[in-house]
Ligand binder design. Structure first.
Ligand code: GCU
Length: 432
């Protein structure tokens, strides 16, 4: 009897443990020690001390004491620093961009949604470059809805499970547009729970804006802006991240015209390099009401001066095309950079920002993201906004959600299903 009782106890506690443990994201792998010939540090004791530039001090040395000075003086200075040194400048709204709403409102997703599909043409040229925007609005909505705008690694037709989506194309290995492989794309989006919460969902494929490979400039939007004879962006002009961020702003241009959408309440979400992208898009374009950056890491929300995991040097060597050419100047002495990630976070103030990462995503330095949010807090406080409450890195599963939000899942790089529930929670907190 005793034995049976004991066995029952063991079995039920194991089952309970399993039910409570969320499925891990990418399995915890040994993080890479040397990448592109450059070593990466994972030893907290070797991170070293660093001093961050003060977001609340103007270039002329004067302190920023109020929101107005931030808005009119400091914020423009910082935007310029990030343009010149990291992401590059990007053009303003093109006068000749136009929208073709080719799917005007079809019942979809078991009747829960009204689906629209729109081609955003970046210029007069019908051949492109152009971007397909897919959007779902809750059928039950009685007024314009807040939205989540997702920047996806996959074509719309592989991002959402809905046979009515126009078949998309992606960039293939030989740098040509091809049909995506059948079935799930990378980063599948479950729209239904958002609809239930009263949110709309939109998604675009990042490759429609600019391809994600070195030498892709002639195939994306940036060539539309070349001066006669120009073949590459100038050293302070946009890399692909700048282009993808600009594309999100063009998606918002459309959403502003859609009667079903509350365009003043659009949150943007992206993971990894697209996490960096939504950070920059939100920093640059204040029309975005909220930013949700998943595992944005180095070049995103992680402090570069904190020597842990990926370095600017790694980005310079492996992903230079994603940034302004000027970013190359900084890899060897990040301590001299006029900016760092906490200033990128600051540029999103006073709007809500959620940083989500994974506790074993060592390469992208979760603690460096948390530290950036902490260091940006004075700017949020200038606006009377709430910031992180944690005084040290909170453990996986413990959300620190205020106007600034931070959370880690147990596991590695990427967005896992339970993260999407947290995104909805954060949206309910701030966009309802
Ligand atoms: C690489 C890169 C990261 C980036 C990631 C991704 O790992 O080093 O900075 O975030 O790719 O975009 O998947």
């Amino acid at each position: 009897m005793l034995f049976r009782n004991l066995l029952w106890l063991v079995v039920t506690s194991l089952a309970l443990l399993q039910a409570q443990t969320p499925p891990p994201a990418a399995p915890a792998k040994e993080p890479p020690k040397i990448v592109a010939g450059v070593p990466a540090n994972y030893d907290e004791s070797k991170v070293g001390a660093y001093t961050l530039p003060d977001p609340l001090k103007l270039t002329n040395g004067n302190p920023v004491k109020d929101a107005k000075t931030w808005r009119t003086k400091r914020r423009p200075e910082l935007v310029k620093l990030f343009e010149e040194n990291q992401f590059g400048s990007s053009p303003t709204r093109p006068a000749d961009r136009w929208f073709d709403v080719f799917d005007k409102g079809t019942p979809a997703l078991d009747g829960k949604a009204i689906r629209r599909q729109v081609t955003v043409y970046f210029s007069k040229d019908k051949e492109g470059p152009k971007m397909d925007l897919l959007l779902y609005l809750p059928t039950a909505a009685t007024k314009p809805v807040p939205m989540l705008l997702n920047l996806s690694f996959s074509a719309n037709s592989s991002t959402v499970d809905d046979p009515g989506i126009k078949p998309g194309e992606i960039w293939g290995r030989d740098k040509k547009r091809v049909a995506p492989p059948a079935g799930r794309g990378f980063g599948r989006l479950n729209v239904a729970p958002f609809l239930t919460d009263g949110f709309g969902v939109a998604t675009v494929y990042y490759g429609d804006i600019d391809p994600d490979f070195d030498g892709g400039v002639p195939l994306g939007v940036r060539k539309l802006y070349f001066k006669p004879g120009q073949t590459e962006p100038a050293p302070g002009e946009w890399g692909s991240i700048g282009a993808w961020a600009w594309g999100l702003s063009r998606a918002l241009d459309y959403l502003e015209t859609d009667k079903g959408v509350d365009a003043k309440k659009v949150a943007i979400v992206g993971v990894s390099r697209l996490g960096k992208t939504v950070m920059w898009a939100g920093a640059h374009d204040e029309r975005f009401a909220m930013v949700i950056a998943s595992c944005s890491g180095e070049g995103g929300a992680a402090i570069s001066r904190r020597d842990y995991g990926e370095k600017v040097k790694h980005l310079n060597l492996r992903f230079g095309y994603q940034f302004a050419a000027n970013y190359q100047k900084h890899g060897d002495h990040v301590d001299q950079m006029p900016m760092d990630a906490h200033m990128l976070v600051s540029l999103i103030a006073p709007r809500p920002l959620l940083l989500q990462t994974g506790d074993t995503d060592y390469w992208s330095d979760p603690k460096g993201e948390w530290a950036a949010a902490k260091a940006a807090s004075p700017v949020y406080k200038l606006f009377g906004k709430t910031t992180l409450e944690s005084s040290e890195l909170p453990p996986a599963g413990k959300a620190d959600f205020n106007t600034l939000g931070f959370v880690m899942h147990a596991g590695g790089h990427g967005t896992i299903p339970s993260d999407w529930d947290l995104f909805r929670q954060f949206m309910r907190m701030h966009l309802k």
